[in-house]
Design a protein around this ligand. Structure first.
Ligand code: NAP
Ligand code: MG
Length: 499
């Protein structure tokens, strides 16, 4: 299939024509036979293209292709898988502009941010290309000197990957790169809202000469096509990122015993301790509460501020938030914020806002959609800050997944830690503090898979990233993100002679 010519910064009708109703199976582009589903630009409401809902037979064909490709891929020397992933990283980086345009058109985030995400996908390819060559095991001495145990690692097999729409490239990339580095093959079911980014990744796999069947993409609705993957008995591992509710449903509906990683929702706290650098805390809060319109699993949902800093923090946060620019991400590539991806997270944001105001929260900033014709047809909302919030309010206890943050004061560090941990979620937490004892007390007490101290980047490529409690099981990123796709095998050997 020829890659469509993409004109930068323009809405070219033919931009998605090459992907129309396409599935990527066994290295080939097939026109799907199922129902055609529209894909919308959330900034304008325009239909930008269509996908085909994969049928049960098409899902089956994708899994069979991945099964057939598994042994040959797993048997390659690690160096060869490494080279393939390096090539993929190069192709993705070279196509960053075109792929960013696709992402912004279907997801709404500003073009520069989308481009940044594509480049991070390329970085993941290179990171896991290198990890692929570092798969090694252990030799463990036996109980007697004529025995020895070898512990080796082997790829799990065929992976079914199901991903959400908020980071349409990276959340596929971490699974694809970890799986391929380990020697697994993969069938990807991207979110219904953002399928074209996934098809563009498949296109890059072709150019990078990833062997046919190693990567497959099937599109369609999660409840049907995603569910078909979950129920498929010839898949060895499900790698899922999405909501806790769907994650739990997947865990309950899997028909066979198998490995599973679930990267689920969050409700992430930020604690501004008595010793915090207030300006740094404000900067971090404004970024991590609102970037990608708060549609991030590790978004700051709620902020607890040491009482002496409370009003000053709110005043500074108001100023910082009101400086954030909002725009149609295609027209304003460098806007801080674009459209939300769909009506669903926007409605939830409005609902959490109304609930908090009803229960006595104070509106500090935002609270409505931005004015103007440019915003009238898309899913836009102003970044919104609420003060005097309590745990009676949804904004403090549920994942909003929108541009809304609640703030409350605290008196002691113990109280701050208790409030921060008062949630069924355990993905990421944030602390601003300069006193080493405050840093230590909070980072050890917080019951989260990730604690970012004096920064708001809880996920970095070379360290494990994962949640606790209802935020999931398993890790992505880092060496751990590849080991998730591997079995251990213990080979115990008795030799004729003791050593
Ligand atoms: P979602 O509704 O759970 O959907 C995630 C994926 O699952 C989509 O591809 C969806 O398909 C599919 N799906 C839906 N029902 C399914 C079923 N019965 N069986 C199999 N697959 C099914 O989540 P979302 O609304 O797209 O994304 C937002 C959520 O993801 C938030 O809760 C966020 O915190 C979480 N998230 C977590 C992380 C992390 O690393 N922990 C990262 C990013 C996002 P459709 O799109 O077609 O419905
Ligand atoms: Mg959903």
């Amino acid at each position: 299939m020829g890659f469509p010519a993409i004109r930068h910064g323009t809405q070219d009708d033919s931009m998605f024509a090459a992907y129309d109703s396409k599935l990527f199976i066994a290295g080939e582009w097939r026109t799907g036979t199922g129902e055609r589903l529209p894909v919308e630009n959330p900034a304008t409401g325009e239909i930008i293209g269509h996908i085909a809902a994969a049928s049960a037979d098409e899902v089956d064909a994708a899994v069979s292709a991945a099964r057939a490709a598994f042994r040959p891929w797993a048997k390659l020397a690690p160096k060869e898988r490494s080279s393939a992933l390096h090539r993929l990283g190069e192709v993705v980086a070279a196509r960053a502009d075109a792929m960013a345009l696709i992402m912004t058109s279907e997801q709404g985030k500003p073009l520069n941010e989308a481009r940044g995400e594509i480049l991070k996908l390329a970085e993941a390819c290179h990171f896991y290309a290198e990890e692929a060559e570092r798969v090694h095991g252990e030799i463990v001495p036996g109980a007697t000197t004529d025995h020895e145990s070898m512990v080796i690692r082997e790829p799990i097999g065929v992976v079914g990957a199901i991903t959400p729409w908020n980071y349409p490239a990276e959340l596929i990339g971490w699974k694809l790169c970890g799986a391929l580095a380990a020697g697994c093959t993969i069938v990807i079911k991207p979110a219904e809202l953002t399928p074209f980014t996934a098809l563009a990744i498949a296109e890059a796999c072709v150019e990078a000469k990833i062997p046919a069947g190693v990567v497959n993409v099937v599109t369609g609705k999660g409840s049907i096509v995603g569910q078909a993957l979950v129920e498929h008995r010839d898949i060895d591992k499900i790698a899922f990122t999405g909501s806790s509710a769907v994650g739990l449903h997947i865990q309950r509906s899997t028909p066979v015993v198998r490995r599973m990683s679930l990267e689920l929702g969050g409700n992430c706290p930020l604690v501004v301790a008595p010793s915090a650098d207030l300006d740094a805390a404000v900067k971090g809060a404004a970024r991590r509460a609102f970037r990608n319109m708060g549609q991030i699993c590790i978004a700051v949902n709620r902020i607890y501020v040491a009482r002496p800093h409370y009003e000053a923090f709110l005043a500074k946060l108001k100023t910082a938030v009101e400086r954030l620019t909002i725009g149609n991400g295609l027209d304003k590539p460098d806007a801080d914020l674009g459209a939300m991806a769909s009506a669903e997270p926007l409605n939830k944001t409005r609902e959490h806002l109304a609930d908090a105001l009803d229960k006595g929260a104070r509106l500090v900033s935002g609270g409505s959609a931005p004015d103007g014709e440019a915003f009238s047809r898309g899913h836009f909302f102003r970044p919104t800050v609420l003060a005097d919030c309590t745990h009676e309010m949804k904004v403090m206890t549920e994942e909003t997944f929108g541009p809304l943050v609640g703030v409350a004061p605290f008196d002691t560090l113990d109280e701050a830690a208790d409030l921060a941990n008062d949630t069924p979620y355990g993905l990421a937490s944030y602390v601003y503090a300069r006193d080493v004892n405050e840093v230590r007390a909070l980072s050890l007490r917080l019951d989260y898979g990730n604690v970012a101290v004096n920064n708001v980047d809880a996920g970095v490529m070379n360290a494990p990233y994962g949640g606790r409690k209802q935020s999931g099981v398993g890790y992505e990123h880092g060496r751990e993100g590849m080991l998730e796709y591997m079995h251990f095998k213990h080979i115990r050997i008795r030799y004729d002679e003791a050593r």
